[in-house]
Ligand binder design. Structure first.
Ligand code: HEC
Length: 354
């Protein structure tokens, strides 16, 4: 859990799905109820053995939020706002939280080698990673804003300067490191040249899409086989042609409720494709984004639960023409879905006309 720059690199860093899958193959000790909860809900981020992946290593004895059992129950229940650790109190019941806290508490001091490092060791690092339509590649990395405005990012914490950390000394040293210029909770997915997108896990919103390439990670990984990065500018460069860049405040209105607070709960693979799962207020969303037949077309299949009075989308007028829906009633930039339509609908986003 070391110092902030190292942790940031670890939690937002290189976790392609292939690496996650490789880590899943680790030997499995006899299951306890807490371990079962952990493997189901926590392993995507902390690794199956808790040794860390995009979330920190829970097996060492350095704590960001305290190492007593009480601290751990609190961190699990309330999450860490803006840092990618979800609040579990509305997802797990008290008994499950207690069981998984027991499991996390028992991990302390096992000092397993960092899962991140192991995952990186199994990754063929190239500065130009790319997925394909059948095997999409997901990266959690700092992402450039690509012109997305502040009105899209009201829940973002701008970050503070952090103490400078010396890997050689293993401690903080004099000086400070400025926060990274870039989105800290971007999830970037590549389907090859047809489509790539950036979804933001803080705002729970598709930020932008593009075609014809993915990311140039040279600034993040260094050129060649990686590990030769110079400086603290981690933000990769988007390669290809922009297709869609979102604007405006949260487009989703939940009739009868003013609360559309976003809360990301994770992603899972559905036939190899990442499905993004989150809540806006009381409504649970699952969004599966796949490429269309033409370059840059994004097909966003959305299912929801809890939208008892339906949903209304207020698209930004500038973007309205790019977005169509297979259900509901459309009046200019406003899309109204009744409860039945809101349960499962598909938005198709076509590239901006040039
Ligand atoms: C979506 C990714 C994600 C998931 C899923 C997740 N975590 Fe976390 N977790 C994080 C991140 C990131 C942090 C570090 C937060 C910070 O920087 O303050 C963290 C921090 C923690 C900490 C605090 C570590 C410390 O040093 O104080 C504990 C304990 C923890 N998580 C347990 C869990 C448990 C138990 C689950 C499952 C119920 C879980 N996490 C699920 C991402 C996740």
């Amino acid at each position: 859990m070391t110092s902030l720059p190292i942790l940031l690199a670890a939690m937002t860093g290189l976790a392609p799905l292939a690496a996650v899958a490789a880590a899943d193959a680790a030997p499995v000790p006899p299951p306890s109820p807490g371990r079962t909860v952990f493997v189901t809900y926590c392993a995507t981020c902390h690794g199956p053995e808790g040794a860390g992946l995009i979330g920190p290593n829970l097996t060492d004895t350095v704590f960001l939020h305290g190492g007593t059992r009480e601290d751990i129950v609190k961190t699990i229940s309330k999450g860490v706002d803006g840092k990618g650790m979800p609040a579990w109190e509305s997802i797990l019941n008290k008994e499950q939280i207690s069981q998984v806290a027991d499991h996390a508490f028992a991990l302390i001091g096992k000092n397993l080698p960092s899962g991140m490092v192991a995952a990186m060791g199994k990754t063929t690092v190239t500065p130009f990673p790319k997925g394909s339509a059948v095997q999409p590649l997901l990266l959690r990395t700092f992402m450039p804003t690509q012109g997305v405005g502040d009105e899209v990012l009201p829940h973002y914490h701008r970050g503070l300067a952090a103490a400078k950390y010396s890997p050689e000394k293993g401690t903080d040293v004099a000086g400070s490191v400025a926060p990274v210029e870039g989105l800290t909770s971007g999830i970037a997915v590549s389907f090859g040249d047809g489509l790539a997108y950036c979804f933001d896990a803080t705002e729970c919103r598709l930020l932008y899409t593009w075609s014809g390439g993915f990311l140039d990670m040279t600034k993040y990984w260094g050129a060649g086989a990686g590990g030769s990065r110079a400086g603290n500018d981690y933000v990769p460069v988007v390669m290809g042609t922009p297709a869609y860049v979102t604007h405006g405040a949260e487009p989703v209105e939940i009739p009868g409720s003013a609360d559309v607070t976003p809360r990301f709960t994770g992603y899972r693979k559905v036939r190899g494709v990442p499905q993004l799962e989150y809540h806006l207020g009381a409504v649970a969303f699952a969004q599966l984004i796949t490429p269309g037949t033409a370059p840059g077309v994004a097909i966003c299949a959305i299912t929801t639960s809890g939208a008892v009075k339906g949903l209304v989308y207020h698209f930004d007028p500038q973007l309205s023409a790019q977005i169509t829906c297979d259900k509901g009633r459309r009046d200019g930039a406003v899309l109204t879905l009744d409860a039945a339509a809101a349960a499962a609908f598909t938005l198709t986003i076509v590239p901006v006309a040039r």
